[in-house]
Write a protein that binds this ligand. Structure first.
Ligand code: NAI
Length: 237
């Protein structure tokens, strides 16, 4: 009998999502990940790439239906996919707002709606949504991103209350300044300036975010729901 736990991860082709998948595979999960491109670093018989544009509502709904039919049970959902389209509010284009809200927030609604049905039926499960320190503190030039990430926090707290009676836990990880392709485009000077605002004095690693996700997913976190766990070197203190 296959007793592996089943996890569904959005994004996952690289960066934090890739580290989360690596961690989950190490914990013997069977992992399905939804992203447009395949993860070229990870090759494992327990890993399944599902090509999907998370911003496309119909594609997401169709894809989730197929995964849920195949997996039959889902123990863990991690909403990791995210983008930035930075700009000052006065010059922000409608598309920059719509794209960020679609990828970062509406996708969370769609996946949680589909997966909560199956978790409620199972009377077990964990959902971990990836927000950001920016959703807590705000950041100039990122009104769209901050709105999406703060939205994830409110959404997750409401969902935690809704699903608690069914033994489904919903938590949030709020990373700070993590070394991935999302941050590598920043100028060296900007990076140095940000580091001065981090009490631990350095950028975080994707693996450090993955450890927090794995903890919240695990039985060790069985009495934790509706929580926001910063993984930010103290940035949001
Ligand atoms: P990344 O740019 O390296 O990876 C983003 C992931 O999202 C990729 O796997 C990509 O395939 C996926 N993705 C983007 N648009 C998609 C779409 N339309 N359909 C399907 N998948 C899509 O970024 P990183 O740093 O790994 O970010 C992961 C999460 O962590 C994001 O939600 C991000 O907002 C969040 N985060 C990152 C921080 C950082 O400093 N790197 C800080 C705080 C939060």
């Amino acid at each position: 009998m296959n007793t592996k736990k089943h996890a569904l991860v959005t994004g996952g082709s690289r960066g934090i999502g890739s580290a989360i998948i690596r961690e989950l595979l190490g914990l013997h999960y069977e992992v399905w990940y939804l992203s447009r491109t395949k993860n070229e670093e990870l090759d494992n018989e327990s890993l399944h790439h599902i090509p999907c544009d998370i911003a496309d509502r119909e594609e997401v709904e169709r894809t989730l239906k197929a995964i849920i039919e195949e997996a039959s049970e889902i123990d863990l959902l991690v909403n990791n996919a995210g983008i930035t389209r930075d700009g000052l509010i006065m010059r922000m284009k409608d598309e920059a707002w719509d794209d960020v809200l679609a990828v970062n927030l509406s996708s969370v609604f769609l996946t949680c709606r589909a997966v909560s049905r199956i978790m409620a039926r199972q009377r077990s499960g964990a959902i971990v949504n990836i927000s950001s320190v920016v959703g807590i503190m705000g950041n100039g030039g990122q009104t769209n991103y901050a709105a999406s990430k703060a939205g994830i926090i409110g959404f997750s707290k409401a969902l935690a209350r809704e699903l608690a009676a069914r033994n489904v836990r919903v938590n949030v990880v709020a990373p700070g300044f993590i070394d991935t392709s999302m941050t590598e485009t920043l100028a060296e000077e900007a990076k140095e300036l940000i580091k001065t605002q981090i009490p631990l004095g350095r950028m975080g690693m994707a693996s450090e975010v993955a450890k927090a996700v794995a903890f919240l997913a695990s039985e060790d976190a069985s009495y934790i729901t509706g929580a926001v766990l910063p993984v930010d070197g103290g940035m949001a203190i």
